[in-house]
Ligand binder design. Structure first.
Ligand code: ATP
Ligand code: MG
Length: 251
């Protein structure tokens, strides 16, 4: 049975999407079957994975307009598939509010393919709204990317509280699967402080592999590639490759 992991942090721009796409690509290179689920109306994961945003995606699956088989797209990376998103998803959190079992739509949608993949990664938007809650309910574990910059820890208690609330009432199996330190710049004291604080609070939940700030990671999506194809030898690429190995061992 595959593991479903959701990338969550209501702070924007911390590396949720980059990590989901890149880690997914490296896990596929390690021979794992991986499905990237773009559960963010911005659709960044869909583009990063080299998939087509104009095709039906998760919104169409949730609403029953399309089947999973119709919506899942292959990528240039063998073993890596994408269930994309498009702007239609932006209305979902409002549309779902009045519905019965509104927190369980994503879980229900992914159920039939859970056993077909080793890892299913769900990307979520920078908010703690119903879309993110659906991600937390569908997942076995949460990955929390933490940008090693000012205010990184701020808002984390809100995220942890939300995770605990979901554990209590909606998804007992949910666990924090790991904290991923991103955009680390070893030259700054601040980055070191954030890393130290994170370990103090989350202990061994913090992955040992730290993702450095690396321009090539920022550039790769504009070439429609993930870093393993764009700049495989770069520090950012090597870090994500190592992180993938750590994930295989720990998750
Ligand atoms: N380690 C890194 N070094 C340099 N740039 C990075 C790194 N990781 C991500 N980026 C860039 O930083 C920006 C934000 O990253 P990303 O989109 O992954 O964050 P996010 O948490 O998904 O954002 P959002 O909350 O808006 O969905 C992107 O332009 C991305 O290319
Ligand atoms: Mg994102």
């Amino acid at each position: 049975m595959g593991k479903i992991l959701v990338f969550a942090n209501q702070k924007g721009g911390v590396g949720k999407t980059t990590t989901a796409a890149t880690l997914g690509a490296y896990l596929a290179q390690l021979g794992k079957k991986v499905l990237l689920v773009d559960f963010d109306p911005q659709g960044n994961l869909t583009s990063s994975g080299g998939a087509d945003k104009s095709r039906p995606g998760i919104y169409e699956v949730i609403t029953g307009a399309r089947s999973l088989e119709e919506a899942i797209q292959g990528t240039q990376e063998p073993g890596l598939s994408v269930l994309g998103s498009n702007i239609n998803l932006s209305g979902a959190s409002v549309e779902l509010i009045g519905q019965d079992k509104r927190e369980f739509f994503l879980q229900k949608a992914l159920e039939p393919v859970k056993s077909s993949y080793d890892y299913i990664f769900i990307d979520s938007p920078p908010s703690l709204d119903l879309i993110t809650i659906n991600g937390l309910v569908a997942a076995d574990g949460v990955f929390i990317p933490l940008q090693c910059e000012y205010f990184a820890m701020e808002g984390l208690s809100q995220l942890v509280k939300t995770i605990q609330a979901v554990q209590k009432s909606l998804n007992r199996n949910l666990e924090i699967a790991g904290i991923i330190l991103t955009m680390y710049d070893s030259r700054t004291n601040l980055a070191q402080d954030v890393a130290r604080e994170a370990v103090k609070y989350f202990k061994d939940k913090v992955f040992r592999t730290i993702i450095p700030r690396n321009v090539h990671l920022g550039e790769a999506p504009s070439h429609g590639l993930t870093i393993n194809r764009y700049r495989p030898g770069s520090p950012g690429a090597k870090a994500y490759e190592k992180l993938a190995e750590e994930v295989v061992q720990r998750v």
